[in-house]
Write a protein that binds this ligand. Structure first.
Ligand SMILES: Nc1nc2c(c(=O)[nH]1)N[C@H]1C(S)=C(S)[C@@H](COP(=O)(O)O)O[C@H]1N2
Ligand SMILES: [Mo]
Length: 370
């Protein structure tokens, strides 16, 4: 029965456009309008969203976080108890692992992100390790399994949304149980009342609407860990797990857009360009900008981290635009010598495609200027 109502994973036919099911997902799970890359901190309504099932409505009066499994003492904490513990704030850029999926050929049919599944927030909460210290982690535990209050079916499998982390990653001082986003209680769509924040990791690890944490002695094999979020060329392979965010740079599209094509219009003369770059792997050390479709590259001015290792960094470049058509693009270069690829990074699930993003621009004089 459940198999009949749940679509299996598939690739789009070569000429198949985005379908009604993909459109339905895209309308629920919106991206960051790229002009909002201008804000250091994304206003919550402009931050991207990804919700596999429904947004649960949780009552803070009855909600509890349960910590159990291989612990010394199982505990249940309400929101007030968590808020009474020492708080920590970490600025984190989140990105969906599926960002870039809809630009792949062939296209894996799922949430059809182009490049906009990103956002940056100040997340405030309790370091997870402080809560684990209250319960006491049994030395036999190798992973912590996080359970969200949302429930659904995916490819025929009925489930609560669940993901795990190794105990080492769970004990990282920057891994948070967050109850605030940009200084306000979490909005419902971002996990109210409590979510996990794992800086540097793709979105699937950032479990929202948390209700339980279970310490386990075996690797977790739930759907979102062992079936989804694996890098595979063929569906039969076990595949490698998706984990940390691949480097990416994105420009704020300059000038003003055409409504349908989104092609940009700029005036001849100096055009200030700005964008953001980030990586959950080796840190970004340089951003290059090209105004000729990647034939030549110039280093942009890259702002320092300002103590925010897990947040995007601003870069700027002054372009002198001349009449005609141009293609702008940017690429992040990392400390390990890696650079963002120009071509697609294909895998069956459409994950971690950090290919550079081209912005077509037309430069024309202002008709009103005479
Ligand atoms: N409980 C729960 N947590 C979840 C999800 C979900 O569907 N359910 N989606 C995950 C995915 S795939 C992403 S990309 C991020 C998105 O976080 P945001 O909506 O706050 O930007 O949440 C993650 N946490
Ligand atoms: Mo995601």
């Amino acid at each position: 029965m459940l198999d009949d109502i749940s679509t299996p994973g598939r690739l789009a036919e070569p000429d198949e456009g985005i379908g009604a099911e993909e459109l339905g997902l895209a309308a629920r799970n919106h991206g960051l309008p790229l002009e909002a890359l201008r804000y250091d901190l994304t206003p919550p309504g402009l931050h991207y969203l990804l919700i596999h099932y429904d947004i649960p409505v949780l009552d803070p009066a009855t909600w509890r976080l349960r910590v159990g499994g291989l612990v010394g003492t199982p505990v249940e904490l309400d929101l007030a108890a968590l808020q009474a513990m020492p708080a920590r704030t970490v600025r984190v850029t989140l990105e969906c692992a599926g960002n870039g999926r809809a630009r792949l050929h062939p296209r894996p049919v799922s949430q059809p992100w182009l490049v906009e599944a990103i956002g940056t927030a100040d997340w405030t909460g309790v370091p997870l390790r402080d809560v684990l210290a209250v319960a006491g982690v049994d030395p036999a535990a190798i992973e912590a399994v996080f359970t969200g209050a949302d429930h659904g079916i995916e490819r025929g499998v009925e489930q609560d949304y669940q993901r795990s982390l190794s105990v080492a990653d769970a004990l990282d001082p920057d891994t948070l149980l967050a109850y605030e986003m940009n200084g306000a209680p979490l909005p419902p769509q971002h996990g109210y009342p409590l979510r996990l924040v794992v800086p540097g990791w793709y979105g699937m690890a950032q479990v929202k609407w948390l209700t339980g944490i279970d310490l386990v002695a075996q690797p977790f094999t739930g759907f979102q860990q062992a079936v989804a979020y694996r890098l595979r060329q063929d569906p039969a392979e076990p595949g490698d797990p998706v984990d940390r965010i691949a480097p990416r740079a994105l420009l704020v599209p300059p000038g003003f857009p055409d409504f349908m094509s989104r092609t940009r219009v700029v005036r001849p003369g100096p055009v200030p360009l700005m964008g953001r770059a980030w990586s959950g792997r080796s840190p970004v050390v340089r951003v290059d900008v090209s105004t000729d479709a990647g034939r030549t590259w110039v280093p942009a001015a890259l702002e320092p981290e300002h103590g925010h290792r897990w947040a995007w960094r601003r870069f700027t470049h002054e372009w002198h635009a001349t009449g005609g058509r141009h293609v702008l693009t940017a690429r992040a270069v990392t400390a390990d010598g890696g650079a963002q690829p120009v071509g697609q990074v294909w895998n069956r699930g459409g994950f971690a495609n950090n290919a550079t993003h081209d912005i077509p621009v037309v430069c024309v004089p202002d008709p009103a200027a005479g």
